[in-house]
Design a protein around this ligand. Structure first.
Ligand SMILES: [Zn+2]
Ligand SMILES: [Zn+2]
Length: 365
């Protein structure tokens, strides 16, 4: 079959929306999905800075949602017509996967970031027959269709707004999973979030939904206004003595903090604003050594990197849609949709901070 997709051919060029070819349908254990929408995540844009590690040309996009068109057999557990949210890929066999921690799969980087599953890679080409990189995050959803391992598809309630659900598979999953799984925050807890983008605001919504008090730190006034609307206490990151302010707002220090910025200064400030035994989670990829100032880890404080919210997508995504239905996780307020043809405009708006979460729509009604 032939369909439209956004192809990235070099790290410097814009995306090209063009026809691509899938020469065979889903193999055993796979499904073919008609994409309803696909969120744009920082990790898609970071490919431009991957220094050759993510193979090109490639169809990116890893926050897809859509309708199952065809399945590769009954073992997929899915049927044509099912509505699904697509998440990250994992091997299913390593110690982490066996321990219900697929976000820490031994093969996470090769499966999702650096080439995907090599089997049957040759079936996906551009219109001239030129090779495309195997699936990105097991999906490559900046496209009208995607072939996906059933393992990273989660069936959802068909009454939900399908085109908007894709970011529940990565960005929103990351922020919410950190708070609900990795921290296990609950009533009486305090959560300080550094960086109020899609991941940070998902963490704010999850903290509030869990009955915790959220503080959001950012440098953009419009992001702080959005965080306040989501019931967080807003704090400008340029505030004089930021750790003291956060400590005052959290009754002596936050129990949990999530940094989405990767800034060494903010990470040190976040540690100083934790209460004893507090836990700081990092989600951004660090590109340099991280200097920690003396004393920041004293008194039982700890720091860890959190991948994909430590989530089992098949468990967390239905929890988040349930919270949305109850009016307690209003993620749709962070989304702006664009036709897939306008993907370069979506990237510009995302880089300029004009949109929290762009979602690309490949099929126009
Ligand atoms: Zn694994
Ligand atoms: Zn992502």
């Amino acid at each position: 079959m032939r369909f439209g997709a956004a192809v990235l051919r070099s790290y410097e060029e814009p995306f090209a929306v063009e026809e691509v070819v899938l020469s065979s349908g889903p193999a055993e254990g796979e499904i073919l999905v008609r994409i309803a929408g696909c969120g744009m995540c920082r990790t898609d844009l970071a490919v431009r800075r991957s220094a050759g590690r993510s193979p090109l040309p490639a169809v990116l996009g890893h926050e897809g949602s859509g309708v199952v068109v065809e399945t590769g057999g009954p073992d997929t557990g899915l049927a044509a017509g099912d509505h699904v949210v697509l998440s990250f890929d994992s091997c299913g066999h390593c110690r982490s996967c066996l321990g219900a921690a697929p976000a820490y799969c031994d093969r996470f980087a090769p499966l999702n970031l650096f080439g995907g599953r090599p089997e049957k890679a040759a079936r996906f080409t551009d219109a001239a027959g030129g090779a495309l990189a195997p699936r990105w995050f097991g999906q490559s959803s900046f496209a009208a269709y995607a072939v996906v391992p059933a393992r990273n598809a989660v069936r959802v309630d068909p009454s939900l707004p399908l085109a908007l659900l894709g970011p529940l598979g990565c960005g929103f999953l990351t922020g919410a999973g950190a708070v609900l799984n990795s921290f296990g925050a609950g009533p009486g807890d305090t959560v300080a979030v550094y960086g109020a983008g899609a991941v940070g605001l998902a963490a704010v919504m999850a903290a509030t939904a869990a009955g915790a008090v959220a503080v959001a730190v950012d440098r953009h006034p419009e992001r702080l206004a959005l965080a306040e609307k989501l019931d967080a206490v807003p704090v400008h990151s340029d505030s004089a003595d930021l750790p003291d302010r956060v400590r005052r707002l959290t009754d002596g220090g936050a129990q949990y903090a999530l940094d989405t910025t990767g800034s060494a200064q903010l990470i040190n400030d976040a540690l100083r604003a934790l209460r004893p035994t507090g836990h700081l989670g990092l989600v951004a990829r660090l590109h340099t050594a991280l200097p920690l100032e003396p004393g920041t880890l004293d008194r039982g404080r700890k720091i860890s990197h959190i991948c994909e919210g430590g989530a089992v997508p098949g468990l967390l995504i239905p929890r988040l849609t349930g919270l949305w239905q109850a009016g307690r996780f209003p993620f749709d307020q962070l989304i702006r949709t664009y036709p897939l043809a306008d993907i370069n405009e979506a990237e510009r708006d995302c880089e300029a901070g004009l949109v929290v979460k762009p979602v690309l729509i490949p099929h126009q009604a």
